[in-house]
Design a protein around this ligand. Structure first.
Ligand code: SF4
Length: 274
């Protein structure tokens, strides 16, 4: 197992973790760590005014001076949410900055909704090869990145989850993403798991080998919450090991679970049904 960084800084953001069914099927999905619990939940078609503890969550954010909220999915995608546009507008009227994390499969058709966000948009690009992408996320097709990224107005970042299928493609992916001027940085994420470490051990080992290569061959620019940022092909690439960073967040799950812990699976298990 990998030791978790327990010394965390002040909260800077909170996640709204949607629960439901995803339009992709990533083998490393963190939701699969506790699939037997999360697959019982689906709030993607339920108006947020009916989500349990949602107002309480927003009040906890205010009390902690949290300004940034990210709409994301624990086992689904943010853009699957039926009332996404209304939710973004509601959160903005409450004074929050709103960003999203999405796999991008619905981004082209919902670009006008994405552009209503006023904080960071996080896309994920794990491969540009249909067969590899199928192994990674169950899709041989791709979002239309050539259209989506240049037409995304808020600040954009792209995450690559480094894994056994895309490790040989990593630098090509960085090169491809680097051509988009409005991508502010790339996040090279190490797979994160609380319950499936043995299954993911190979991916984690490959990530560390890649990191060592980058550390030796590319200039380091700075640290960001204990994660190192390197310059590769003119873009900032942040090596992000979720459990070892010091950033901190509150997590709300749409079944009403409210966790004041950064670690999503651990926080969910401790706070569910409360
Ligand atoms: S897109 Fe996200 S929520 Fe959906 S399967 Fe992949 S990792 Fe899980």
């Amino acid at each position: 197992m990998i030791e978790k960084q327990r010394n965390r800084e002040k909260y800077t953001f909170a996640n709204i973790n949607l629960l439901g069914k995803c339009n992709a099927n990533c083998y490393f999905c963190l939701g699969k760590d506790i699939d037997e619990l999360l697959s019982l939940q689906n709030q993607t078609q339920i108006h947020f005014r009916e989500w349990k503890n949602f107002e309480r969550f927003l009040n906890v954010c205010k009390e902690n001076d949290i300004k940034k909220l990210y709409i994301t999915g624990q086992n689904t995608d943010a853009l699957v949410y039926k009332y996404f546009e209304e939710l973004v507008e509601y959160l903005k009227t409450k004074g929050f900055l709103v960003g999203i994390r999405t796999n991008g499969y619905l981004a082209e058709q919902k670009l006008n909704l994405i552009n209503k966000c006023n904080d960071e948009i996080g896309y994920s690009i794990h491969s540009l090869d249909p067969e590899k992408n199928y192994k990674i996320m169950g899709h041989r097709d791709f979002p239309n990145w050539e259209y989506i990224i240049p037409n995304t107005k808020p600040v954009t970042r792209v995450a690559i989850v480094v894994n056994r299928y895309n490790i040989d493609e990593f630098f090509d992916l960085v090169k491809y993403i680097s051509k988009f001027d409005n991508v502010s940085y790339i996040q090279a994420r190490r797979i994160s798991t609380d319950t499936r470490y043995e299954e993911m051990e190979e991916d984690i080992k490959l990530y560390e080998e890649l990191y060592n290569k980058v550390k030796n061959e590319f200039p380091k620019l700075r640290d960001f919450y204990s994660a190192e940022i390197f310059e590769i092909y003119g873009k900032e690439v942040c090596f992000w090991r979720t459990v070892q960073t010091t950033v901190n967040s509150i997590n709300y799950f749409t079944d009403g679970t409210l966790s004041e812990e950064y670690f999503v699976v651990e926080g969910y298990l401790k706070n569910m049904n409360k």
